[in-house]
Design a protein around this ligand. Sequence first.
Ligand SMILES: Nc1nc2c(ncn2[C@@H]2O[C@H](COP(=O)(O)OP(=O)(O)OP(=O)(O)O)[C@@H](O)[C@H]2O)c(=O)[nH]1
Ligand SMILES: [Zn+2]
Length: 314
Amino acid sequence: MAERSALMEGTVVSSHGRHSVVETPDGERRICHPRGKKNQAVVGDQVLWQAPPPGQGEEGTIEKIQERRNLFYRQDEIRTKSFAANLDQVLILIAAEPVFSESQLSRALIAAEAAQITPIIALNKSDLVEPFARAWERLVPYRHMGGGQHYGVLPLSLRLSSEVDRALLMQHLAGKTTLVLGPSGSGKSTLINLLVPGATVLTGEISQALNSGKHTTTSTHWYWMDKERTTALIDSPGFQEFGLHHIAPMQLAACMPDIAAHATDCKFYNCTHLHEPGCGVIEALKRSPLEDGISESRYRIYGDLFAELSHTRY
Ligand SMILES: Nc1nc2c(ncn2[C@@H]2O[C@H](COP(=O)(O)OP(=O)(O)OP(=O)(O)O)[C@@H](O)[C@H]2O)c(=O)[nH]1
Ligand SMILES: [Zn+2]
């Protein structure tokens, strides 16, 4: 019987359906399969893995997934999609064009709050002056949330002021592990390639090696931004249809800082903030987000989500 080799530590740096790529503490990358049938490891997971017995190829097995500090995921009625684990931050990249969906932005922010991961919003394409001004205006509630302390909103022009933007982004990313999300066309590939030169070429090669070339765009990848391996970016698709079915309707207000700030002023402790008399949230709708109020659009998103999460609970 072949002797089992020792368990080794590693970090999951990409996942391709049945395969994962695991990076060892000294930076070596190995393709691994899960021990069981289902691959439950996600990018960012700390795992214990085992090399194959001599003569049985190169591919290791993942034996254990260590306890996670957090898990960023979305959940629709049928499926759960995990983006990544053990994150410091989520960077949500939107752009002046195409016009972003505020509901989608809010959903991603709520998922981050629910997982206790710090979100950062970046608005790209500041060179498109008028569309940018409109988008910047739409972001007023986000820029001023919590007296401007809650969410940073970074203006970017990735294609034109790349060096300036790189320096600005580095102030926020250095030393951390950040998941980058964004709708199609916002400039996510431009951002990743700016911060990790050659990233997409590398991704293509790995995917090809794993014979999953055609799925290149559906997998999640971890990139190091520095030789010392202290700053990491995770690129993940799937910003669309951001289901929040893992969040209970009564938990929603706590995940929306502008609403949460007034939810303690309500007459009823179990106020839904939808129709109750003496509701602090409804009262705050009278004031603008610049004066610690709640914007109509944010309140509408809250109401829509509350209904959506209430209808489908079983
Ligand atoms: N005007 C302007 N265009 C930009 C800027 N940054 C990126 N773009 C353009 O926006 C388009 C989309 O950029 P990508 O980086 O491919 O966007 P993506 O988010 O990866 O999009 P998908 O590949 O569809 O997911 C490209 O044509 C870029 O050249 C910018 O700062 N200003
Ligand atoms: Zn209320």
